[in-house]
Write a protein that binds this ligand. Structure first.
Ligand code: S3P
Length: 170
């Protein structure tokens, strides 16, 4: 027994999901999963390579398979790619065994983090800040289906993890 619900992190690229999941994993004995890492392992390619060689629609199909698999786990920390929450079936799977946290940040904060982070196929555009604003406007209603909204705007990773820890037993 002693099974705990999964901790699921969703939100836009650059909001701090991966780093926060790592921080949470150092604070408890839960296993950590990243949908993007699982996709890369499954396909034997990086995310940019999958987008380039197979296209976004293919990526979303693999992502959906991976989400369905990981969502049945228990006691896990799951950090999701930024587009996972857009598919209502993904969210239904994740909510079944998990408590979902939306790490919310402003376009400016996301832009700064994205600039400093890994390559993201959807951000290879002339005006990434405008793209962030546009995608965020389309996605916000999906992210808001989370059980909790966490303030990740220019917050440190320990601060974000503290907010989550104050809402759920790790
Ligand atoms: C995506 C976010 C990425 C990755 C892919 C698509 C998105 O993950 O899944 O590039 O649609 O927002 P991160 O949120 O970890 O950057």
């Amino acid at each position: 027994m002693n099974e705990k619900k999964n901790i699921v992190l969703i939100g836009f690229m650059g909001c701090g999901k991966s780093k926060t999941s790592r921080e949470l994993a150092t604070r408890c004995a839960r296993r950590r999963y990243s949908t993007d890492k699982m996709i890369q392992r499954k396909e034997g390619m990086t995310i940019p390579e999958i987008f380039r060689l197979k296209g976004e629609a293919y990526f979303r199909r693999v992502e959906k398979d991976v989400v369905a698999k990981v969502a049945v786990r228990k006691n896990a920390i799951i950090d999701c790619g930024g587009g996972v929450a857009v598919d209502p079936e993904n969210m239904a799977h994740l909510k079944k065994n998990g408590v979902v946290f939306y790490l919310k940040a402003s376009p400016k904060c996301l832009f700064e983090n994205i600039k400093a982070g890994k390559p993201r196929p959807l951000m290879q555009v002339a005006d990434p800040l405008a793209k962030i604003k546009e995608l965020l406007r389309l996605r916000e209603k999906h992210y808001r289906k989370a059980d909790h909204v966490i303030d990740a705007n220019f917050k440190t990773i320990p601060d974000i993890a503290d907010q989550i820890e104050s809402l759920i037993a790790l």
